[in-house]
Structures are given as structure tokens and as C-alpha cells.
Design a protein around this ligand. Structure first.
Ligand SMILES: NC(=O)c1ccc[n+]([C@@H]2O[C@H](COP(=O)([O-])OP(=O)(O)OC[C@H]3O[C@@H](n4cnc5c(N)ncnc54)[C@H](OP(=O)(O)O)[C@@H]3O)[C@@H](O)[C@H]2O)c1
Length: 343
């Protein structure tokens, strides 16, 4: 840990946002589709490392480091933890202790759609679940409203009209300003967009997994559909949970997600993948970038992507992830495709 990080950690509750935050970093802001809302190109997600078993001062340092560099969008969900709900509680505490008075500079999103509490009403896409879940999230966060509320995944057992209307109602009640959907396929998205349009719901974002190794939204036409319809793509896991960084290029570190969490299994790291990652790192180095900077830049090369939501386990990673250059030559893009499509 360097001296600066140590001093910031020691400040804890006393730490205040850097007054140079919008000039200091090189973060640009992009409009979410055709809406009026802008998001930073890099946003911070709290899926991992913000739960009950993580170190609170490290979380505080990550949130405040991000904000000090103009990263004003933080992405949560009701079930982020573990324990479910603890990421919202921890984030709420940091907002209260360090960002009180900055609410209008923050864009906070949360979601509901995965299993959250016992019984028939704690999962899915019903009006019953979505309305109760957002109330619970607001209480854990200590907020009156969130900026973006997402349905986390499609629920084939609930009529899509009911889900969309429940989301619409939450906007009318002032509990969310904008609506998003996540993990919806192309056809499910088309159906939802039709309903949102009829209701005049401020639906502005689709949150999907998108990175150099996961091209599903290119293959199923969702990315083109977003561009055509005027909503934005928020790309989650842009580093493929850390694979698209230097983290695993010479073994599996003990403090890495692959060692600590079931969401990134060791058998993902095959010799063929490692070969691909090393070839991508070579292209990155020729651009003067680390593999992580390069991978994030690549996702942002397309303007339909409003923001990439990165995860992090330290503020050092957050600082590295801000070095973006989304301009690629045709030759570079061709080289990248050759590597990604190789067996
Ligand atoms: N809507 C959904 O269904 C959904 C699903 C998944 C995620 N998300 C959202 O997307 C966010 C990001 O997802 P993710 O955490 O999988 O994203 P990611 O950015 O692909 O992976 C983050 C991990 O990569 C490693 N890392 C980050 N920066 C690094 C760097 N500069 N050098 C080396 N390693 C680096 C860290 O791993 P270590 O911990 O090993 O250091 C970090 O925890 C989530 O927090 C959540 O908000 C949404």
C-alpha cells in the first residue's frame, strides 16, 4: 500500500471528496441512448467486495477514489453481498458518512429479479416483488429514490406487461427516475420496449454482459437493436471478472476472485484461453496499454455502449481502469477479431 492510499484510508469518515474531481480524471460522460441522462464511461459495480465479509475501509476507499475521479455512477442490486442486501447497506453508510450533500452528483442504480427473500414473493418479476424490493433497497441505502431501477433478469412466469407496468409505476411514485432491464434476450427486449413506449416509461438502458470474450449481444442482435431504438447498453463484467487483466497471466493469485468466489471457476483458465489472453496483451502493449485498460477501451469503442461497469478489489485497480482510449484502427480491430476467434 503506498503512502497516499494509507493516508486516505486513515481519514475514514473525515475524508471529503476531491474538489478537482471533474478536472482531475480523464473520465468522459456519455448520454444513455437518446435520454437526457449522462453516465461516466467507467462506472463502479458493487457485486463483489462490498458485502458483510469484506473490509469496510477498503470499500470506502474504493467508492471515494472512484468519485474523486469523476466516476459518479454506482451500480447495485438487492442481492449484492453476501449477505443479500449488505452491499446496499455498506454503500448507504458511505453515502451518509462521506457523501452527504452530494446526492445530486451521484447516479445510483439498483435491481431486483433474483431470489432475495423466502416465500413466493421474493423472486421473479411480479408487481408484488418489484415494489416491495425497491422499498427495501431504498431503506437499506437510506435514500428517497434511485436514479435507475433495473429488472435484473426476465421472468418467463410473469406476464411481461405486469413487470413493465410495475416498473412504470415505480417511476410514477417517484422511487426511480429511469428504468432499465438486464439479461433480457433480443425478443424479450423487443416486447418490453413496445410496452414501455406505449406507457411512455423512461426506459433508457439495457445492462448486459459484454467483453472481448463474450459477444452474445453482438450475436443476438441486441446491440444493433439498442442503437436502432435509442436506448443505451451498460456493459457488465467488461473484464470477464478479471480474466481480461494481468491478474491470471502467471498463475492464480491467492487474493483473486478465482480463488475467493464461486462466480469465476478455475477451469475457465484453460491453456487455450491463456494463449488468447497473452496475444491480446501483446496488442494492448503495442497501444501502450495494460490488458485491463485495453479490454475496457475495446468495449467502449462503440458509442451505443453508454458505460462499462467495472468491479474492483482495490482503489489501485480503479485508478488503472480509468486509462481509456476507445479509438481503434481498422487494422487493430481486425487483429483483435483474429485472436478472439482463434481456437
Ligand atoms: N446485471 C447483471 O446480471 C450483472 C452481472 C454481473 C455483474 N454486474 C455488474 O457489473 C459489475 C462488474 O462486474 P464484474 O465485477 O464481474 O466486472 P469485471 O470488471 O469484469 O471484473 C472485476 C474484477 O476484475 C479484477 N480487476 C478489476 N480491475 C483490475 C485491474 N486493473 N487489474 C487486475 N484485475 C482487475 C478484480 O478481481 P479481483 O477481485 O481478483 O482483484 C475485480 O473484482 C458488478 O459489480 C455489477 O454491478 C451485473
Amino acid at each position: 500500500m503506498d503512502d497516499f492510499t494509507f493516508k486516505q484510508l486513515m481519514l475514514g469518515k473525515e475524508r471529503v471528496p476531491d474538489p478537482m474531481r471533474y478536472r482531475k480524471g480523464a473520465v468522459n460522460y456519455r448520454r444513455a441512448g437518446k435520454s437526457g441522462l449522462k453516465l461516466p464511461e467507467i462506472s463502479l459495480g458493487l457485486w463483489h467486495n462490498f458485502g458483510s465479509f469484506d473490509h469496510f475501509e477498503v470499500m470506502r476507499d474504493m467508492i471515494l477514489t472512484a468519485f474523486d475521479h469523476g466516476v459518479c455512477h454506482f451500480d447495485l442490486a438487492n442481492n449484492y453481498g453476501p449477505r443479500n442486501g449488505s452491499a446496499e447497506e455498506n454503500f448507504g453508510k458511505i453515502v451518509r458518512e462521506n457523501l452527504n450533500g452530494y446526492r445530486d452528483e451521484l447516479c445510483i442504480s439498483t435491481k431486483a429479479g433474483f431470489g432475495m427473500w423466502k416465500g413466493p414473493y421474493g423472486d421473479g418479476g411480479s408487481k408484488k416483488y418489484l415494489t416491495a424490493s425497491l422499498d427495501q433497497s431504498l431503506s437499506r441505502l437510506g435514500l428517497d429514490y434511485v436514479d435507475i431501477f433495473y429488472h435484473h433478469r426476465p421472468d418467463p412466469e410473469t406476464p411481461i406487461e405486469e413487470t413493465c407496468y410495475a416498473l412504470h409505476l415505480l417511476v410514477q411514485r417517484g422511487k426511480a427516475l429511469y428504468i432499465g432491464i438486464s439479461n433480457y434476450g433480443r425478443e424479450e427486449t423487443e416486447a418490453a420496449v413496445r410496452i414501455f413506449r406505449e406507457l411512455k416509461t423512461p426506459f433508457i438502458l439495457h445492462q448486459s454482459c459484454y467483453n472481448l470474450l463474450d459477444r452474445r449481444i453482438e450475436e443476438n442482435g441486441l446491440k444493433d437493436f439498442a442503437a436502432e431504438q435509442g436506448f443505451g447498453i451498460v456493459a457488465y463484467s467488461p473484464l470477464a471478472q478479471g480474466l481480461l487483466s494481468d491478474r491470471y497471466l502467471s498463475g492464480i493469485p491467492d487474493d483473486s476472485r478465482m480463488r475467493k468466489s464461486f462466480t469465476l471457476r478455475e477451469d475457465r483458465l484453460t491453456p487455450a484461453l491463456l494463449k488468447k489472453l497473452l496475444a491480446l496483451r501483446e496488442i494492448a502493449a503495442a497501444r501502450g496499454q495494460t490488458l485491463a485498460e485495453f479490454a475496457l477501451s475495446w468495449v467502449l469503442r462503440d458509442p451505443v455502449v453508454t458505460s462499462v461497469i467495472v468491479g474492483a478489489s482495490s482503489s489501485k485497480q480503479i485508478r488503472e481502469n480509468l486509462k481509456i482510449d476507445p479509438a481503434f484502427s481498422a487494422e487493430e480491430l481486425e487483429k483483435i477479431e483474429r485472436v478472439c476467434k482463434s481456437e
